[in-house]
Write a protein of this length. Structure first.
Length: 326
């Protein structure tokens, strides 16, 4: 397969509800599919494209040495089919699938390998539905304490604010609306990166995989097919276009939860959070600040279905990178 054919095949296999994964390679079985890449495919370019499409990569095998801490939750299904043959392997989490890209030893050299494997994502707490549920505000929720929630996220993670310079004028001119003040504080303090090894936060002007404007442009381009025609809806709302009404994703998880703003150009300054868990199910609308929502996701075990504190992942933050270890 050439570059585009390979990318299309991976995308098809990684889609929710995709076909059963049974590998045709000799000695391999169910639970994954290996794809054959042509010699013309560039491994580095392919990794960059996977990171652009599927977010932060995991370095599972480098220089023939596997990460000794890798588990089923962090990418082991991508290593299992190859035993000790792997020279390198990078992995991306995408809902109930793992996507892997690396190289296996073949004679005196190495051969590229691309595979899609099954992945156990945390169970959804809700039955399948395609509606929006408005969640009543919790005590302490309000625009007046948005900055206090930024401070709580910093205290929770023990992170020292980086004070990153961001050209907000340019970013907001492109979007056609001002962004939430507390989000801008978070982006300047953290940049883009990963909370608790699983929650992806989009900054501005950071690495491509964690740059909110870049990811927003990519989402629009993919949905429109390069035109200003109709945009495929993510649930009940279209992707946001300047001057219109729709969603902009500012965060996600490795098991494909989505955290968005519902933006209406006619109501600047009003940015409820619209969130959806990885399984087909309801969208939830939270009339709270970005920082409060993020803090509750990280620290509130009872914040169902999005709170991750119940998984005991710790409250950490690691800045994002493009093609380099976290």
């Amino acid at each position: 397969m050439g570059d585009q054919e390979l990318l299309d095949a991976v995308d098809l296999l990684a889609r929710p509800g995709g076909r059963e994964l049974v590998c045709a390679r000799a000695g391999h079985g169910a639970g994954h599919v290996c794809l054959v890449a042509s010699d013309a495919v560039d491994l580095s370019a392919l990794r960059r494209e996977f990171s652009r499409r599927y977010g932060q990569l995991r370095n599972l095998v480098m220089g023939g040495y596997a990460d000794p801490k890798v588990t089923g939750r962090t990418g082991l299904p991508l290593l299992a089919p190859f035993g000790g043959e792997l020279a390198e392997m990078r992995g991306w989490a995408c809902g109930d699938r793992w996507i892997g890209c690396g190289a296996v030893r073949a004679g005196d050299g190495v051969q590229m390998v691309v595979l899609v494997a099954e992945r156990d994502a945390p169970p959804s707490d809700e039955p399948p539905e395609e509606i929006v549920r408005v969640v009543p505000p919790r005590r302490g929720t309000g625009s007046d304490d948005a900055r206090a929630w930024v401070r709580r996220v910093l205290d929770l993670t023990g992170w020292e604010p980086r004070g990153l310079p961001v050209d907000w004028v340019t970013v907001e001119e492109e979007l056609g609306v001002p962004l939430p003040a507390d989000y801008k504080e978070l982006a300047e303090a953290f940049g883009g990166g990963v909370f608790s090894e699983s929650v992806y936060f989009m900054g501005c002007g950071t690495s491509l995989s964690f740059d909110l404007p870049a990811q927003w442009r990519a989402a629009l381009s993919a949905a429109r097919g390069g035109t200003y025609g109709s945009v495929s809806a993510a649930g009940p709302y279209d992707a946001y276009t300047p001057g219109g009404k729709g969603v902009v994703t500012w965060g996600s998880t490795e098991w494909a939860d989505q955290y968005c703003w519902l933006i209406d150009a006619e109501r600047p300054g009003d940015y409820p959070v619209l969130a959806r868990s990885h399984d087909p199910g309801p969208w939830y609308r939270y009339d709270m600040s970005t920082a409060e929502f993020l803090h509750r996701v990280l620290a509130d075990a009872d914040f169902r279905p999005f709170g991750i504190a119940r998984y005991d992942l710790g409250a950490t933050f690691v800045p994002g990178s493009d093609g380099r270890p976290l």
